[in-house]
Design a protein around this ligand. Structure first.
Ligand code: SF4
Ligand code: SF4
Ligand code: SF4
Length: 496
């Protein structure tokens, strides 16, 4: 007999084989009456519960998910539940970003002898889910887009954002070129930037011969994070030119041993910010009297000096850097690379500490859960599932075996519906938890401007709050989800 009256809800329970499954069995043998809503899935250990199991269940129509393992210090595998605790708590703080009520998910500990405790845990949780009712489906959310997306409104930059006089910039660039030429004989290649298909766009440059180095450019058009290429040069000696933010990706790659320190040379340049190309295009188009798309009118040259960009050619223009700078540069606190065999140039000092919430996160924060569901529904409707966001990410290193495309196990289908597309984004955010340096490449690479960075920023804020950790600043640190503490300072038991 169900303890709770009325219609059953769909509640999924992941129970570890050694303790909680035994506890549920003990409750059954003891004939304790329990709600019948729970569908139990037995797993070897709570540490086996990938947070994606929970998200997949919740996005797939479960009204609640319960994970239960052995009590801390009782794990059959010694430490599985300690790792699980960090992952599952991180997930709990992330669910609201998707508009999912975090009370629909709970994790707890029940031992094999605790039949009565199991009955209480399952009754309390199922009752809470009944109070919340059926979970709203993301596919059914009313599409919602806030009027002003983060960064569209003008905001005062926190950094001075002024490039030095052209002569100083050229001198720093020449010094950098000299250092690269000197190092080239020992390296297979050095990766930098060169002018792209027009003067407004830079493109990656792979320097193998001294004459290639002449093509190296420096300035606010060098938007790409070239650290993305490093893992592909495994076991080869390679150099890379980095801005401050890119240096954090190199640190993260070294930290995770995805590149070997002896195989990498880092050539750093202090940075005054890079442009957001979509804003440049918008500003140029707005200033174009006949309404022609500036993309059709290739600029002859673009120069960065002081607080602006001078565009020369058929449609000359002077753009204020503050109007077109990438959002991340307004609040950047690492304009000078944090590591480098060579670091050239100077950058203005950050005006103050970086704000707690980046602007795009403020937009998400301001929404109700219902609006967030509508927001992601509207954004994911536009997603092409092209994976450019993943491919541009320096920390997405298993892209050849990405679970988004795996058939075994079959995590997501290739269907182009909102749920599958959001699931893919959640996979990216979860896999980057404690590893994402907020370089913004995922969002920059998106051809339809989906603000996927805000999911990672939400996750990073969770990681900062829970583990007081920031990725990409310390080569010797261990990412927090690859570690645990027996007593977690900032994780409270949820009291089921
Ligand atoms: S975030 Fe900082 S280092 Fe990176 S491009 Fe912007 S100003 Fe430069
Ligand atoms: S998830 Fe996005 S912001 Fe984070 S490291 Fe990858 S590309 Fe950069
Ligand atoms: S780059 Fe944009 S469109 Fe492509 S998969 Fe990522 S979010 Fe979707």
């Amino acid at each position: 007999m169900p303890v709770l009256k009325g219609k059953e809800l769909r509640v999924v329970g992941f129970l570890c084989n050694w303790c909680s499954y035994g506890g549920a069995d003990t409750a059954g043998v003891g004939r304790f009456s329990q709600p019948t809503d729970l569908r139990i899935i037995r797993v070897p250990c709570s540490g086996r519960v990938d947070p994606m199991f929970v998200v997949k269940a919740l996005l797939g129509g479960a009204d609640g998910v319960l994970v239960s393992g052995c009590h801390p210090r009782d794990c059959h595998y010694s430490q599985g539940n300690f790792y699980a605790r960090r992952r599952l708590e991180t997930l709990k703080t992330f669910l609201p970003a998707l508009g999912i009520d975090p009370d629909r998910f709970q994790y707890t500990w029940v031992s094999a002898s605790e039949g009565q405790r199991w009955k209480n845990v399952v009754s309390t949780f199922v009752e809470k889910v009944h109070q919340l009712g059926h979970a709203p489906r993301i596919e059914e959310a009313a599409p919602y887009l806030p009027l002003a997306a983060g960064g569209d409104s003008p905001r005062a930059p926190l950094r001075p954002l002024a490039y030095p006089a052209a002569g100083t910039l050229a001198a720093s660039l020449e010094q950098l070129r000299e250092k690269i030429r000197a190092a080239l004989p020992e390296l297979d290649c050095v990766i930098g930037w060169q002018q792209g298909f027009d003067a407004l766009h830079a493109t990656p440059l792979f320097m193998r011969k001294p004459e290639d180095v002449d093509k190296l450019t420096w300035g606010p058009l060098n938007v790409h994070n070239l650290a993305t290429y490093l893992p592909q040069f495994k076991n080869r000696k390679v150099g890379v030119v980095v801005k401050g933010c890119d240096s954090r990706s190199v640190i993260e790659l070294l930290q995770e041993k995805l590149v070997e320190p002896d195989n990498v040379r880092v050539f750093g340049m202090a940075c005054e910010g890079v442009v957001d190309m979509a804003r440049v295009q918008k500003t140029l188009d707005a200033g174009n009297a006949d309404g022609a798309m500036c993309a059709d009118v290739a600029p002859a040259a673009v120069a960065a000096e002081g607080d602006g960009l001078t565009v020369e050619g058929e449609a000359p223009a002077r753009l204020k850097l503050a109007d077109v700078v990438a959002e991340k540069c307004r609040t950047c606190d690492t304009p000078v690379p944090l590591l480098g065999d060579v670091v050239e140039g100077n950058a203005s000092a950050p005006a103050g500490p970086a704000p707690d919430a980046p602007p795009s996160l403020e937009v998400l924060d301001a929404m109700t859960p219902e609006q967030r569901r509508g927001f992601w529904r509207a954004q994911m409707d536009r997603c092409l599932r092209c994976y450019a966001c993943r491919n541009a990410c320096p920390m997405c290193v298993c892209r050849d075996h990405c679970i988004a495309e795996s058939r075994d196990p079959h995590w997501t289908t290739q269907e182009g519906n909102v749920r599958e597309k959001l699931q893919f984004q959640v996979i990216h955010a979860l896999h980057l938890a404690g590893r994402c340096t907020e370089c913004g490449e995922c969002q920059r690479a998106c051809p339809v401007n989906i603000p996927v960075l805000s999911l990672k920023q939400w996750m990073n804020r969770s990681v900062r709050t829970l583990f007081d950790y920031r990725a990409g600043v310390d080569v010797n640190a261990v990412p927090p989800l690859l570690a645990f503490a027996v007593e977690e300072k900032n994780i409270k038991e949820h009291g089921l």
